[in-house]
Design a protein around this ligand. Structure first.
Ligand SMILES: C[S@@+](CC[C@H](N)C(=O)[O-])C[C@H]1O[C@@H](n2cnc3c(N)ncnc32)[C@H](O)[C@@H]1O
Length: 209
């Protein structure tokens, strides 16, 4: 997406957010403060969203886990990737589906209301796809981490933010502990050196024996 396309896209999403807030309210509309701030500032795409759009341009298939309202997933689909979005929160999933219908009805973009990795079909051909996690600040249980890391092993690569994966990790030690855990699960990590502040995006690829 060039700057003009991004500006037009952001204007469409802002209009969507404003209408949804007006007609449904923030809570029922699935618009957490994170999204209300986007409306206030006018910046729909976060800096990491923009960096990921560049990094993933030309990517054939992306599974985006924890899409929120899907401002990045829809843009990736408009950019030409086939995208499967997975979102566990029902209100946010409904907002993502409404945004999909509004801005990307013809794109190859489907959204599942489920928890990752339960929402991933066992027959899904993951080896040729990129798995993506952005800003997944949640309260994952140990079981969630174990299932997520096991599912990552099916994918060609995973892109994730060590600072926001399952929970927030503002401290370098906590990010290092997660990197260590992923290393022990067999992944080689490559830092992505994004300019987005307070992020630590990496590409994880499984080292095969
Ligand atoms: C802080 S929001 C960020 C949304 C979006 N990724 C972004 O960067 O704008 C995190 C989202 O991840 C979702 N989420 C957390 N854990 C999940 C899981 N295991 N499967 C699916 N969605 C999940 C939450 O419901 C929430 O909507």
């Amino acid at each position: 997406m060039d700057e003009a396309a991004i500006a037009a896209y952001e204007a469409d999403v802002r209009a969507f957010l404003a209408e949804r807030l007006d007609t449904m309210g923030a809570d029922a509309g699935g618009l957490a403060n994170f999204y209300l701030r986007k409306l206030e500032t006018g910046r729909v795409l976060s800096r990491y969203d923009r960096e990921l759009l560049v990094l993933l341009a030309g990517e054939a298939r992306v599974v985006h886990a924890g899409i929120g309202i899907g401002q990045l997933s829809a843009a990736l689909a408009l950019q030409g990737s086939e995208v499967l979005g997975i979102e566990v929160d029902p209100r946010r999933h409904a907002a993502a589906e409404a945004l999909r219908q509004r801005v990307a009805p013809l794109a190859r973009y489907t959204i599942r209301a489920a928890r990752f990795s339960e929402g991933l079909d066992p027959a899904f051909a993951a080896a040729g796809a990129t798995l993506l996690f952005t800003n997944v600040v949640a309260s994952w249980s140990e079981g969630d981490y174990a299932a997520t890391i096991a599912a990552m092993q099916r994918f060609g690569r995973t892109i994730l933010d060590l600072a926001r994966f399952g929970e927030a990790r503002p401290e370098p030690d906590a990010r290092a502990a997660l990197a260590d855990r992923l290393g022990q699960a067999g992944f080689a990590l490559r830092p992505l050196s994004f300019r987005a502040q307070n992020t630590a995006f990496v590409e994880a690829r499984l080292l095969r024996a």
